[in-house]
Design a binder for this molecule. Sequence first.
Ligand code: SAH
Ligand code: SF4
Length: 389
Amino acid sequence: MSVISNEDQKINLLGLDQEGLKSFCASMGEKPFRAVQLERWIHRRGAKNFDEMTDLAKSFRAKLAQVAEIKGPEILRDKTASDETRKWLVDVGGGNAVEMVFIPEKDRGTLCISSQAGCAMNCLFCSTGKQGFNRNLTSSEIIGQLWHAEHTLRKDRGVTDENERVISNVVLMGMGEPLQNLEAVVPALNLMLDDHAYGLSRRRVTVSTSGLVRQIDKLAERCPVALAVSLHAPNNELRDKIMPVNRKHPIEDLLAACKRYLKVAPRDFITFEYIMIGGVNDSEEQARELVRLVKDVPCKFNLIPFNPFPGSGLLRSPEQSVKAFSKILNDAGIVCTIRKVRGDDIDAACGQLAGEIKDRTKLAEKRADRQIIIKEITSSSTRSPGEEK
Ligand code: SAH
Ligand code: SF4
């Protein structure tokens, strides 16, 4: 790693995991234990500059200030909903922004973070997908979301003990497909797990994927954390239509990858996310098909009521359909939870995290395509797709 740097090109230490910090220190002629000191200052104590790091020699601090920096996210907006859900909008340059959301609950605090600006996967029901791909976030930008949220929340709550954490769980369920950006995601995950940084257990860090089969194997090799898979359909015919990734990696291959992952996973089940879209994938017959589909994969289901967004052309399933669907899964012995809608008044609900990101894909073309698919998949529904709540 080069540390030759000028004022404009300082290396951002925020995104270096312990290994990265060790090579950085080695390149500065410093011993490896300095890396741990830096890591603790940055991540456990939320230091923003080197002057605060009083147990480092002044000469080292001066050298650090020349070549390195600790640069957190630029916050464009910070809103708290009536249910205490808090959402930050983060500037990622070029007129783009990503979002992160903190969801407090009685026994835990979950932070939902983003891994890319936009997303290339183009899922039919997703506002991020609809807006196209802009770029991968860097490790600093990914871990910077946790760094900012954790230290801001501690400050606001008057927490001074560096061993106390406000955020107990992290989910990569914001914008982007995390497995398409493993190079940056893995160092960020390492920091989440490292005791000298956030010390979260592997079971409390969840990566959610639309189903990139080879990358699931890579995650298993490089940093196995809890895995959530966006399934959303009980067969290839429907999944092909609503998730283009399925045309390349059909359900059989995806389920086989899930089983391989379970051999190293920190939990003994995969979480399947299943969006409930009215008249598309929410019938009782589809629930029974789903039970047959996953019969030999240890799993839990999380049913997510679809969050409509302007122009989505899709509907949220009625509550009674969600309940009936969940009952069929439960009766078949599959643990199934229904996701509560949180932060509705600040658009912080899942899949709504795109905010006002620029639309940079060939939209007209895509829209035409979307309309055809939406017509096809909703043709059996009695409601018209325009009838959004
Ligand atoms: N790209 C990853 C992770 C980010 S999306 C993935 O797809 O898994 C996180 C979750 O939000 C996924 O399960 C996704 O399918 C879901 N989601 C996307 N759009 C949504 C919407 N409009 N309503 C409800 N959930 C949505
Ligand atoms: Fe991308 Fe996930 Fe949205 Fe699909 S659901 S477009 S993979 S962010």
